[in-house]
Design a protein around this ligand. Structure first.
Ligand SMILES: [Zn+2]
Length: 149
């Protein structure tokens, strides 16, 4: 894309590739010269795995990433709460037990973020498998809750 002028280099970490005739500084961030609009909406399937990804493997009540993470119905199932993106969050076992069959108000706890259907899920593994210099460069382009450096 860079060679064909379809993208420009925004950042690089200094890594270089050389051929007999060309030397290219490898980019870590590029900008597309033309916005590519997707003609279809990707529908992310509702699953425990995807709820964990949406909530960044973080309890939505206390913010911990430790311990056994569970899936909690904000409005309990016993109160008619549905199993859907808007009513399900990641909760640590401690918070899940504390909340039990109560509403947020009854339990006296708050959500860190209102749950919603995600339009995009970023795979955490990309960060773990990428060189540290890439992650450092990418971090300023994502919201704080996406990357934990
Ligand atoms: Zn918790």
């Amino acid at each position: 894309m860079l060679l064909k002028g379809r993208a420009e280099k925004i950042e690089s970490d200094g890594m270089v590739v050389r051929s007999p005739t060309v030397t290219i500084r490898l980019p870590t961030v590029i900008r597309l010269m033309k916005y590519i609009k997707r003609s279809y909406q990707v529908r992310i399937s509702f699953s425990k795995k995807n709820v964990l990804k949406r909530d960044n493997f973080t309890c939505q009540y206390c913010g911990t990433m430790d311990g056994n993470l569970t899936i909690d119905h904000v409005i309990p199932k016993s109160r008619g709460g549905e199993s859907c993106w808007e009513n399900v969050v990641v909760a640590c076992q401690k918070c899940n037990i504390k909340k039990g069959d109560q509403t947020l108000k009854e339990a006296g706890i708050r959500l860190l973020r209102r749950p919603a259907r995600p339009s995009f899920l970023f795979h955490k593994n990309i960060y773990h498998s990428a060189p540290k210099s890439f992650v450092k460069n990418w971090s300023k382009y994502f919201p704080n809750d996406v990357i934990r450096a």
